[in-house]
Design a binder for this molecule. Sequence first.
Ligand SMILES: Cc1cc2nc3c(=O)[nH]c(=O)nc-3n(C[C@H](O)[C@H](O)[C@H](O)COP(=O)(O)O)c2cc1C
Length: 388
Amino acid sequence: MSELRFLTAGESHGPALVGIIEGIPSGLALDAQLLLGQARRRKRGFGRGNRQNIETDEVRIVAGVRRGVTIGSPIALILENKDHVRWAEIMRVEPPADDTPPGRQVHVPRPGHADRIGGIKYGHDDLRDVLERASARETAMRVALGTVARALLGELGVTIASRVVRIGGAVDATPWRDVSPETIDESPVRALDPAATQAMVAEIEAAKAAGDSLGGVFEVVAHGVPVALGSYVQWDRRLEGEVARTFMALNAIKGVEIGLGFGAAAVRGSQAHDEYEPGDGVRTRYRSNRAGGIEGGMTTGQPVVVRAAMKPIATLMQPLDSVDLRTGEATKAHIERSDTCAVPAAAVIGESLLALALASAVLEKFGGDSIAELRERVQAWERTVRAR
Ligand SMILES: Cc1cc2nc3c(=O)[nH]c(=O)nc-3n(C[C@H](O)[C@H](O)[C@H](O)COP(=O)(O)O)c2cc1C
């Protein structure tokens, strides 16, 4: 889907992250405070490294917005890296003043990171040229861009929330209740159940004490999504494909489920599908939401429910075995400042990713160059849907 296009640029310790998003209609209220609010949520979460305390994550809007409102042109964002001042010489953009090699070079790739293959691919001897971009610092900009998409969806009554359902062996099996996203934000691991919060925090503490790392599973849910976004008519118009791609493209994500997901493979059809029944004011309604809000490549109007599995962080303080690429000798992997567990942060990022995928699907179905035009079209569609 290309209705909403976005790109990011920037290295982890470079001067800044930069993002451009194109396709947002005019007339959408947008200010830096809104972007800052979501950025702060991404920084939270038990198990992060101390980089989060250094960065303020204040995003500057430099194009596409005038006097607090989008004007239909591409929106450009800049997020300065506060930590850059300490890396200014190592990460300088200008040619070096003399032949002194930069400090903090990396020659021992971390298993599970992009270091080794990235170095081979781009011909880098100093693997810092790889890890600076492969680092998840970039996701701060994806959150900012996703916040723009989320603001657009908000105009149509779509809301998005996330929770963590697993960290290592600790699981939160509590069903979604009518909790506000702010309540979930209060848990340091984004769990619904206080006992699960404790168990997850304990897992992270134990992994940290052992110099190890942890992954987990998070869930993102969108409510109020218009019916029939996406399509069954062509493979690349099936919405679950776009949603899965967007989530799989997040660093360290190794699996994505929609609705029952892999669980659907283990049950009979009578336990896997969502039966229809006559409803009040609508001709048919669903009895359940096992499909996770997408049927036949199209949204059903039920909540869209996505789960993603994140692998453990690749940088271990008790490093894994590796090879020094200069000498060819066995040694321990490079240690870079790192998170122990970033699943709660990934859940917040997931909200932005779902916003980007859904906003793109909304614009594909309804078009509209201004928010007023888009809103009118969505309202007309909702009237049509109610009658069918
Ligand atoms: C929010 C977030 C924070 C992350 N923090 C770290 C980190 O501190 N250290 C690390 O080695 N990997 C971290 N990662 C994972 C790496 O970015 C990722 O493993 C790496 O880019 C290699 O890609 P792959 O795991 O998808 O193969 C983080 C990922 C996310 C989503």
